[in-house]
Design a protein around this ligand. Structure first.
Ligand SMILES: [Ca+2]
Length: 314
């Protein structure tokens, strides 16, 4: 379930006017911006952007970029874009980091639906004038490159239909490769990058039943390299996205002050989807609510905005 609290009946014109007022003149009324945008769903935000453009002949996204700054600006910018466009921005940010954040790329292929991934790839091309695959190839090397390119190329079957015999034979292939530390076996990449989520989960279950240990444990072992970590992320994103996101938030919150990106990414991308479920998993794992953890580690408008998306009224 979503955490976003967005009322049904609204005047987009009033919203656009409120945002214009918040931006006009010296300084910015950040609270007014949070009050509107922190409580509107994707289709409402789209209408507000359109209405704002019509009324004031100005691009709302550009205006907000120039009015706001820091982590708050980044979060609002990501939030106000259409989901596919936002994911294209997130992919680009991940690829341009000095150390490529391959997790964000794997999330796209293993958590989004195939249709959504296609939409992100289209949006990515429109924004960057080259393809996501080209940029993934340019920013990665070796086995990690092979895997990430396969992930971004793939258009997985999205249904629930599972072939149990295939799950059994592919669990064996994965186990053989992992046992021999042949993580870069082409079969491993083929299986993880082309099979549907349902099929992969059947394979992972079979792996655990037969080997009495989970594939995630076997993949990480000691001194795991980036490629092993990428495979590990793949399995976790496929197997239990809620748990994966809760862990990402937990790690990100620990690193607050140095890297807010992953926390912003999870909250902004999941607030309209399943952030409530992620919050439950987070609480069970950490015995502190996500709201409290975020409130403790952040401040100012950034904090107020994240809490609004988390559904916590102030
Ligand atoms: Ca201003």
């Amino acid at each position: 379930m979503a955490t976003l609290v967005a009322p049904d009946h609204l005047s987009v014109v009033e919203d656009a006017e409120a945002l214009r007022k918040a931006c006009q003149g010296w300084g910015t009324d950040e609270k007014a911006i949070i009050k509107v945008l922190g409580h509107r769903n994707a289709s409402q935000r789209k209408q507000i952007r359109e209405s704002y453009e019509q009324l004031f002949e100005e691009d709302l996204v550009k205006r907000l970029e120039s009015e706001l700054s820091g982590d708050f600006e980044k979060a609002v910018y990501r939030w106000v874009l259409e989901p596919e466009d936002r994911d294209a921005v997130l992919a680009n940010v991940a690829l341009r980091k000095s150390e490529t954040d391959f997790k964000a790329i794997i999330e796209l292929s293993c958590i989004l639906s195939p249709e959504e991934l296609l939409g992100v790839k289209r949006a990515y091309q429109n924004r960057n004038k080259h393809s996501l695959e080209e940029d993934v190839a340019a920013r990665t090397t070796g086995d990690l490159q092979k895997a990430c390119i396969s992930y971004t190329f793939t258009y997985r079957y999205n249904g629930e239909e599972v072939n149990a015999r295939l799950a059994s034979s592919e669990a064996d292939i994965l186990h053989e490769a992992i046992k021999d530390k042949a993580f870069n076996n082409e079969e491993v990449i083929r299986i993880l990058s082309t099979r549907s989520k349902a099929q992969l989960n059947a394979t992972f279950n079979h792996y655990r039943d037969v080997n009495k240990t989970s594939i995630t444990k076997d993949l990480l072992g000691e001194s795991a390299n980036d490629f092993q970590k990428a495979l590990h992320t793949t399995v976790r994103c496929t197997n239990d996205p809620l748990k994966y996101y809760a862990k990402l938030l937990c790690d990100g919150i620990k690193r607050f002050g140095t890297d807010e990106d992953s926390v912003t990414r999870v909250i902004v991308t999941r607030a309209e989807k399943d952030l409530k479920d992620i919050k439950e998993v987070y609480y069970k794992k950490n015995s502190i609510s996500l709201d409290d953890a975020v409130a403790k580690e952040t401040s100012g408008d950034y904090k107020a905005f994240l809490l609004a998306l988390l559904g916590k009224e102030d």
